[in-house]
Design a protein around this ligand. Structure first.
Ligand code: FMN
Length: 213
């Protein structure tokens, strides 16, 4: 949760096989840029079997890694399968980055989905593929940070504005047995706020219901 001054608390979860390599240096520069933008920031190197309960304490989870032999580096990718990361990412706002040598369209088509397929219910604030020459480019890093902080502030603003129930959603709600209706109503509103939706549609209700199951 944000503190009273709404300072964004971010954690960078990353992986790399090269100690002191391009990703390590990039993550340091990313942390510095986030701090300059006013965020509280920590970083953690992924381990596929780590305990990720600490991510609860952060507003934004920034995740990324290099690509080796067509796969996002294994300790980050493996965390989705072998640890409790997915559980603690529930309803979290995330941002993604990759460091790789392939052309951008290929990276967006083949590599980013390896992370995004585990994040279909998360609000993704920003995603960027950093080419080798961009890894030490302060302007490119600052732009990525700017995208994250702007989308984060927008999501917070949406959260404080009134939610609109579509007619279909209201009809669906009316059909739910009364003993269950209020629970679904609250769950849908909480879910929409967390996801930054202004409107509660039938789909939003379905998604919120799926989370209750
Ligand atoms: C062994 C190896 C395999 C790689 N395989 C790919 C690949 O399949 N696709 C790609 O786009 N880049 C690939 N790259 C490029 C890296 O993703 C890129 O150089 C990255 O910045 C390396 O990060 P690091 O310095 O932290 O290891 C590979 C690099 C290495 C060393």
């Amino acid at each position: 949760m944000s503190n009273s001054s709404q300072q964004m608390k971010a954690v960078i979860l990353y992986d790399t096989r090269s100690v002191g390599g391009s990703t390590d240096r990039f993550v340091d520069a990313l942390g510095k840029s986030l701090a300059e933008a006013g965020a509280y920031v920590e970083k953690g190197k992924c381990k596929a079997t780590a305990d990720y309960s600490f991510v609860q304490d952060f507003d934004v989870i920034i995740m990324g890694a290099p690509v080796y032999y067509l796969l996002v580096s294994s300790e980050l990718l493996g965390s989705f399968f072998q640890s409790n990361l997915k559980k603690y990412l529930r309803r979290k706002k995330v941002a993604l980055f990759l460091t790789c040598g392939s052309p951008e369209p290929m990276a967006y088509m083949m590599y980013l989905p390896q992370l995004k397929m585990h994040l279909v219910r998360n609000k993704i604030l920003a995603e960027k593929v950093f080419a080798p020459q961009e890894l030490s480019d302060k302007q490119a890093i600052d732009e990525y940070v700017n995208d994250i902080t702007k989308a984060y502030r927008k999501a917070l603003k949406t959260r404080n504005s009134a939610l609109i129930w579509t007619e279909e959603a209201q009809e669906l709600l009316a059909q739910i047995p009364s003993f269950f209706r209020n629970r679904i109503k609250i769950a849908a509103e909480e879910y929409a706020e967390e996801m930054g939706y202004r409107e509660i549609t039938v789909n939003v209700i379905d998604e919120a219901k799926a989370e209750l199951e």
